[in-house]
Design a protein around this ligand. Structure first.
Ligand code: ZN
Length: 270
């Protein structure tokens, strides 16, 4: 073997087996009615992520002082636009998990997100808990959402966050078989339930390296966001887009379209 090839091959070999550290999922709200259920779900998700390291991402590699902002339920165009404006002011890019049913009604939401350099990612079509659906129904649901996003922005998603973060091994396998990875979160802002001050404290007190932070497209989130961004930046945290943090592509390659017309076998090219 050529001497110039040996070193890169060794490095690639090493990185392939480098262990991915899975963070404990954090974020707390005293208002949440069932603390124990959260604890059990988080432990299950953590174990699932350890068993499926290239499919489920709770966090990045944990060696960099960086975080990614993610916003679920991008359903209201005005709220989404306000979040985009704030991100723009700080020159930041983020990920928006969109519901197919909402984007079907208002595709402009997805276009605004995409046109501003943010990610439009799959958050199901119906926002139903996947743990309550059959495998067949799950497949129909996320592929239907994928089609809606494709029509809206011309890109085919390959990162998903199932509604309510409800996942198990069967759901993971179903998504994996269709070329998807699951983008979970390591820090929950509880912005759908909490006051502005508590949302900010949840992030500011708990933030760690390579954290994926969960927000929703809510008024309380919009009001909390500038102070959170400024605090994190002052402390030296770089805010990067989710696909950069987890080193995973958000969309399928363009070649998908050519291949899919040649053979159905390749229709879920990674
Ligand atoms: Zn949601």
């Amino acid at each position: 073997m050529n001497k110039n090839i040996i070193l890169p091959v060794l490095i690639a070999f090493f990185f392939q087996f480098q262990e991915h550290k899975v963070l404990e999922i954090k974020g707390y709200s005293a208002k949440f009615p069932d603390q124990n259920a959260t604890k059990i779900l988080r432990a299950q998700v953590n174990e699932l992520a350890q068993n499926n390291p290239t499919i489920i991402y709770i966090n990045g590699q944990t060696n960099k002082k960086q975080i990614a902002l993610t916003f679920d339920d991008a359903s209201n165009i005005h709220k989404v636009n306000q979040i985009i404006n704030i991100l723009d002011q700080y020159g930041l890019k983020a990920a928006f998990f969109c519901i197919g049913n909402d984007i079907e009604k208002t595709p402009q939401i997805a276009r605004n997100i995409d046109n501003n350099g943010h990610l439009v990612l799959n958050h199901s079509y119906s926002h139903t808990k996947y743990t309550e659906l059959s495998i067949e129904a799950i497949e129909i649901d996320f592929l239907r959402a994928e089609k809606v996003f494709l029509q809206a922005i011309g890109k085919r998603t390959k990162l998903i966050r199932p509604p309510y973060g409800a996942i198990n091994q069967d759901i993971t396998n179903t998504l994996k078989n269709k070329g998807y990875s699951i983008a979970y979160w390591s820090l929950d802002s509880f912005d759908w339930l909490e006051t502005i001050n508590n949302i900010q404290q949840n992030i500011i007190k708990n933030v760690r390296n390579d954290e994926i932070i969960l927000f929703h497209c809510k008024t309380s989130t919009i009001r909390s966001l500038p102070q959170i961004i400024e605090n994190l930046q002052q402390r030296g945290f770089k805010i990067v887009r989710l696909d950069e943090l987890i080193q995973k592509k958000a969309y399928r390659r363009k070649s998908y379209f050519i291949k899919s017309t040649i053979s159905r076998k390749f229709s879920f090219d990674n």
